[in-house]
Design a protein around this ligand. Structure first.
Ligand code: ATP
Ligand code: MG
Length: 422
């Protein structure tokens, strides 16, 4: 019996890769415009790094991590998200030492042991973007603006940006108590998880997808009403900066995030099209995270977008532009293979996309293949024209063809491919 991929782990096949290359290419270009540099961190880190940063009372750390002991008995974990590793790298390499903004992004896989379903895999890719050393609200807005540009750039429609503020260590504890009191009187309406976690992490109840919890929190007190004056001003300044860039968003007072490290601004891009998996990505500020992981006391903020979900949405209302080769080599018998091979490589060296196969075939089957590949031109190397030292160059879109001399083959053909007069 053949071996299959693990449940929740997926191959990205050549026929789909165009989506990935498109999204990653557009994102990289926009991130470059905004001055973000790529950071590549390992896929495996010490388990403790995630437990300490993400928070023990989170879905991820409680039940979703791929953790294992290595041969020396050290507990390691396949990264469930990128921020923890990025902060570790930032501290380890002193990237924030000069006090200037540090702006980073990464694209790569994450691993979470969840029930696989639409929009939910066990290995999934994220674009992760973060900025450190900037406490000013402009960076919150900048991340939302650049994310919006990426979503527009790839052509995603029907997506809504939601923002909220979760306050800080001076106003959140007080709000938490208020929320806890509210919840305590309504415990019987909550799911089992929330009955337990409202004590340690009451915000998570606002985020719970089970119906009883969602209905109950409709009336709950809101963090936005309890922000301290600094957090309130910060939030207003973020909104003002967003308005200056004409970015549309909605203030969603019950928006919280599944990870413990967020402070102040949080944001999420949501769609109505993915069922329960309605978030294409989310992020927020984490001003205490670097310090909590043993680094300097500097601000941090970032977002992560799931690329499978993004691509799923795109492929619902876009066709992938999959251009065929510039030239297809139609050699008809064994005698022409050597020349076809040589010409193909010569023309490729000039920057053209040339496709060929390696066994002789009839003209009819070659032309069928060239059509299927969407080739723009076909070079036919049949015995008759070759005996005159020529090949036939056929333009597939105009269905016109002419004999070309094989002596000047590469130069003659590329002139025609470029549309120059010969
Ligand atoms: P969700 O509420 O969907 O579980 P989350 O809050 O756990 O999301 P984050 O940790 O914020 O997700 O990750 C950001 C994005 O990464 C998500 O919005 C989603 O697009 C993507 N993502 C997260 N988990 C998965 C998964 N198991 N499979 C595919 N994509 C995922
Ligand atoms: Mg999740």
């Amino acid at each position: 019996m053949s071996i299959k991929a693990i449940r929740g782990f997926k191959d990205v096949l050549p026929e789909e890769i165009g989506w990935w290359q498109k999204v990653e290419g557009i994102a990289a270009r926009i991130l470059d415009n905004f001055g973000y540099k790529e950071l590549r961190v390992p896929i495996v880190e010490r388990t403790e790094l995630f437990a300490r940063s993400i928070g023990k009372e989170t879905d991820i750390v409680e039940k979703e991590m791929y953790s294992f002991s290595d041969r020396h008995g050290e507990s390691l974990t396949l990264r469930p998200e990128v921020t923890a590793g990025a902060v570790r790298a930032l501290i380890e390499h002193n990237l924030a030492a000069d006090g200037r903004p540090v702006k980073l992004y990464s694209i790569g896989p994450n691993f979470r042991y969840e029930r696989p379903q639409k929009g939910r895999q066990r290995q999934f890719y994220q674009l992760n973007v973060e900025a450190y050393n900037v406490a000013q609200p402009y960076i919150d807005a900048e991340l939302i603006i650049l994310w919006t540009r990426i979503l527009d750039g790839v052509g995603l429609k029907d997506i809504q940006m939601h923002i909220n503020s979760l306050g800080c260590s001076s106003c959140r504890p007080q709000y938490n108590r208020k929320l806890q009191n509210f919840i305590k009187d309504r415990l019987e309406t909550l799911c089992e998880d929330c009955r337990r976690r409202y004590q340690t992490n009451p915000l998570r109840v606002l985020d719970c997808k089970s119906r009883g919890c969602a209905e109950t929190v409709q009336e709950a007190p809101l963090m936005l009403d309890e922000l301290c004056s600094e957090c309130g001003e910060h939030f207003q300044a973020v909104r003002k900066a967003l308005a200056s860039a004409d970015v549309s968003y909605e203030v969603t007072p019950r928006l919280v995030r599944g990870l413990d490290y967020y402070t102040r601004t949080v944001f999420e891009a949501q769609t109505g099209k993915l069922g329960a998996q309605n978030a294409v990505g989310g992020g927020g500020r984490y001003d205490n995270l670097v310090k909590n992981l043993g680094g300097p006391d500097i601000a941090g903020i970032g977002f992560a977008m799931g690329l499978e979900r993004l691509i799923m949405l795109l492929s619902e209302d876009q066709e992938l532009n999959n251009p065929g080769p510039d030239l297809f080599m139609a050699f008809l018998d064994e005698a022409a293979l050597e020349l076809a091979f040589k010409l193909a490589n010569g023309i490729r060296a000039e920057g053209f996309r040339v496709e060929m196969e390696y066994t002789p075939a009839s003209l009819k089957s070659r032309m069928k293949r060239a059509g299927k590949l969407g080739a723009e031109w076909v070079l036919i190397l049949g015995p008759e024209e070759m005996s005159r030292g020529n090949g036939i160059l056929r333009n597939m879109s105009t269905s016109t063809q002419e004999e070309v001399s094989l002596d000047e083959a590469v130069t003659g053909i590329i002139k025609r491919l470029k549309g120059d007069k010969v």
